[in-house]
Design a protein around this ligand. Structure first.
Ligand SMILES: [Zn+2]
Length: 476
């Protein structure tokens, strides 16, 4: 499944305005808090290999950074900061000539990073960022060699001011609670920055809180097995906390609203009753498939991708479209032999959208819909292999996906990546029980050579066919 995935993605970006007002507020606060006594530069360090200057003062200061030419240099002014010594110079090597710390007057210190005459930097690429209330880093881009003509041209350039990003203190996410039809996030300060939307990779709804930490000892709420959520997880991902949840079938994710230090997500709709594990009779052997002609069942088989869309392309140029077409044609042949009427959404290499695949099945009034795909992940992950089967609606579709997965694993001995719920277009727009199989990974070291092999493709077709036929004998 690569291109054939449609998820409704809604992203609330509240960043820029809030950030700028926040920054303004912070600067204002600093000015008010600044005591009459000057700050002191406590320590500084220049990391040669990273081209990064870091420094710490004993009280908050608001640095001003300018880029000047001839020679190219970065001047970091620390207002209301005193230095005990008039001047410290540290020689550097290579493109950076020296670092100077200077006392301009009693209340102004400067840190100057001076480049060698033959080099310059692009000031737009300099990053100045607060790392704590009193700590800063200045990240230089890679210095570029400068020709004599460039040097002469830069002689009369005015100073360029470099933007400074103030430190934003991290918020702590203290609790997540379930209350009626709401998921409530509680933090230690106003939650003004967040974004939310559906994540395609995990088919879950995610709320991301930047510059936030999970409280120590945080634990997510216990879920009612008949409640509105199938899962709810909170994790620290770098500087952000990501809350990831999966609504139960029948439940929709509604509005997300902040109220002070609280963020509430509304859930609408009622969770459909979830079926327990159904006792099923064992699968028949692969060479004794049942004939179901008397049941008069119609099945749509949907080979993914095709034509200009090859789907996933993996090891040795192995193409998803070739695999799924071969397996689907064989699957159609087996099902027909066992008395099933088959509708194929495509039988050759042609491009076809998702919508006509679904409308074809709905119009033909088929009893079951089987979409056939092969999986892919980055070429650097040949260790990822296995079969997975997707469904959208609980109940019949879930059972169909379970039986197909079980049959495929039994037929091939492949690794199981599980039966999963996802909002794929062909699954939630079809009007009959529908399943989507991912036959293996074209990027997997174990799967790819098998998927390229015609005998294995036939085995896959048999595995899917047995699952479909077994479902028919059990459910119609
Ligand atoms: Zn696909």
């Amino acid at each position: 499944m690569t291109v054939g995935v449609i998820l409704s993605v809604k992203v609330d970006l509240l960043f820029s305005r809030v950030l700028s007002s926040l920054a303004g507020g912070l600067v204002g606060a600093l000015l008010v808090l600044l005591p009459a006594e000057a700050a002191k530069l406590q320590s500084w360090q220049f990391d040669r290999s990273q081209k990064q200057l870091s420094f710490v003062t004993d009280q908050p200061v608001q640095p001003k950074v300018q880029f000047l030419t001839n020679p190219a240099r970065l001047v970091i002014e620390l207002p209301d900061t005193s230095l005990e010594r008039r001047r410290i110079r540290q020689n550097e090597t290579g493109a950076i000539d020296e670092i100077q710390i200077r006392r301009e007057d009693d209340n102004l210190a400067q840190i100057i990073i001076e480049l060698d005459n033959d080099y310059s930097i692009d000031p737009a690429q300099v990053v100045v960022r607060g790392t704590s209330r009193t700590g800063w880093i200045v990240q230089l881009p890679e210095p570029q060699p400068q020709r004599r003509s460039q040097r002469r041209a830069s002689r009369n350039q005015p100073a360029v001011t470099v933007a400074v990003m103030p430190y934003v203190e991290a918020t702590t996410l203290e609790a997540v609670e379930l209350s009626g039809s709401q998921v409530i996030l509680r933090s230690d300060r106003p939650l003004t920055r967040y974004r939310s939307g559906w994540d395609q990779a995990t088919a879950s709804y995610q709320i991301t809180l930047p510059a936030t930490r999970l409280a120590s000892g945080f634990s997510p709420p216990r879920l009612d097995p008949r409640g509105s959520l199938l899962s709810l997880k909170a994790s620290q991902q770098g500087d952000s906390v990501v809350l990831s949840l999966m609504p139960a079938p029948g439940v929709q994710v509604g509005a997300l609203a902040a109220n002070g230090s609280m963020l509430a997500l509304n859930l609408t709709g009622r969770a459909q009753p979830r079926l327990g594990q159904i006792n099923r009779s064992p699968l028949p052997p692969l060479d004794q498939l049942p004939n179901v002609a008397s049941q008069r069942i119609k099945v749509a088989i949907d080979p993914g991708h095709g034509g200009r869309d090859p789907g996933a392309v993996g090891i040795g140029g192995l193409r998803e479209t070739d695999i799924v077409l071969a397996v689907s044609l064989k699957l159609a042949e087996i099902l027909q032999q066992q008395g099933v009427e088959v509708v194929l959404t495509r039988r050759d290499e042609r491009e076809i959208d998702l919508e006509p695949r679904v409308s074809m099945a709905n119009r033909a009034d088929v009893d079951l819909f089987i979409s056939v795909h092969a999986n892919a992940i980055s070429m650097s992950r040949p260790d990822v292999n296995g079969i997975e089967t997707y469904y959208y609606a609980a109940g019949a579709a879930r059972t169909l996906a379970d039986i197909i997965q079980e049959s495929l694993l039994d037929a091939t001995g492949s690794k199981s990546r599980g039966v999963k719920q996802a909002r794929f277009y062909v699954l939630h727009r079809t009007q009959m029980p529908a399943a989507l199989v991912e036959l293996g990974f074209v990027t997997g070291a174990e799967d790819a050579p098998l998927l390229a092999d015609s005998a294995y493709r036939e085995l896959l077709a048999k595995g899917v066919a047995r699952g479909v036929l077994h479902y028919i004998t059990e459910n119609f």
